[in-house]
Design a protein around this ligand. Structure first.
Ligand code: NAD
Length: 356
């Protein structure tokens, strides 16, 4: 019996999360779900989108399955999701992107794992507003320290890259590669321009790579990576990136494999992990039984592997793959004519599991 915190989320969240919960239970693995609310609904019910009770539940169970949540405007959070990852120090964002046979996409042999740093870089949220007194102080400090003058009407966001965070994310990528029979890690950066911040990330990656002689290593500029991903994505295996670049490359990879409806993910720390799809709460489709639950279900497959339920994970991934390949019970994003609903996709996956 696995105790798992279950966060339905907002918008399409509850529908896709319920679909994932049903297929997970159909594998025969036993779960005890601790349901907690975060996001818009939590704001309405408890006056905060990130109630302490929810955090405590995740801290206690150490594993959570989470639907996407909306950050309520004016809640004091830049992003509830970012705050959650920072509070639990879930420093690694792990996202596998794979083309399943039958998916309508230009690409066939894509099987890329993106490992994105989750805690710093431009997304640490350290910003200075235009005309603020601290911004003026910062501008004069920069002038004194470097002789560079920044326009007085500027806003500034800090890009912070530390050796500590770079070390642990690159180590995570190599450990993942080793444990999952992956052959090569590529560190993506712009160290040619950002000599200190990305330069530190790259130097650190090179140092860590030396500790893993059994895994190949290379580095690539961000712009070249984008171009190569679109031209020849099958050449990539594991990519490791600072937070900001990881955001864009994740969506680019989701596009390669058939869209956000097929892109699962996990945010992982030293002893705690939250499994959630890459996509958001898509409010315009909320309550319509329309959203694709496969990204959420595949996040559930990742959770099963994390819980060392490898058999169940393989069975569930195969059942999802079979439903995709069959092409009958798929949502509008994969089947524009006569699409199936969210719950029908779950029913079809459960049917496959039963007929195993
Ligand atoms: P989004 O991912 O919610 O939606 C963008 C578009 O992608 C949708 O309009 C829809 O066309 C498509 N889409 C997304 N998921 C789909 C699915 N499962 N099936 C079919 N189509 C799907 O991105 P957004 O509109 O930028 O964000 C909406 C809200 O979600 C925002 O409040 C944002 O903060 C939040 N968000 C939350 C998370 C999270 O909880 N991890 C992640 C991203 C965005």
């Amino acid at each position: 019996m696995h105790k798992v915190t279950f966060i339905p989320g907002d918008g399409i969240g509850p529908e896709v999360a319920e679909a994932a919960q049903r297929v997970l239970e159909a594998t025969g693995v036993e779960f005890q779900w601790d349901v907690v609310i975060i996001g818009e609904k939590a704001q309405e019910m408890f006056g905060t989108p990130l109630p302490d009770e929810a955090l405590q539940s995740i801290k206690k169970n150490k594993v959570a399955l989470k639907g996407p949540v909306t950050t309520p405007v004016g809640s004091g959070f830049r992003s509830v999701n970012v705050a959650l990852r920072q509070k639990l120090d879930l420093y690694a964002c792990l996202r596998p992107y794979k083309v399943y046979p039958g998916v309508p996409t230009l690409y066939k042999n894509v099987d890329i794992v993106v490992v994105r740093e989750n805690t710093e870089d431009l997304y640490a949220g350290i910003e200075f507003a235009k005309d603020d007194s601290f911004t003026r102080e910062l501008l004069s400090f920069v002038f004194n320290a470097t002789g560079e003058s920044i326009k007085g009407d500027s806003a500034v966001s800090l890009k912070v890259i530390s050796e500590t965070a770079s070390k642990r994310i690159v180590k995570f990528a190599f450990d993942y590669a080793r444990q999952n029979d992956r052959k090569k890690v590529i560190a993506v950066h712009k160290a040619n321009i950002l000599k200190f911040s990305d330069g530190l990330f790259l130097d650190t990656a090179r140092q860590i790579a030396r500790q893993y002689p059994d895994i190949g290593f290379d580095d690539m500029l961000l712009d070249a990576t984008c171009m190569q991903l679109v031209r020849r994505p099958e050449q990539f295996d594991v990519l490791v990136l600072p937070n900001f670049y990881g955001d864009f490359i994740s969506d680019l990879c989701a596009g390669l494999v058939g869209g956000l409806g097929l892109a699962p993910g996990a945010n992982i720390g030293n002893d705690t992990a939250i499994f959630e799809p890459t996509h958001g709460s898509a409010p315009k489709y909320a309550g319509q039984n329309k959203a694709n639950p496969i990204a959420m279900m595949l996040s559930g497959v990742m959770m099963l592997r994390y819980l060392e339920e490898r058999n169940a994970a393989d069975k569930l991934e195969k059942a999802i793959g079979d439903v995709i390949a069959e092409g009958k019970n798929l949502t509008y994003d994969l089947k524009p004519f006569h699409p199936a609903g969210t719950s029908q996709v779950a029913d079809a996956v459960i049917e496959k599991l039963r007929n195993e």
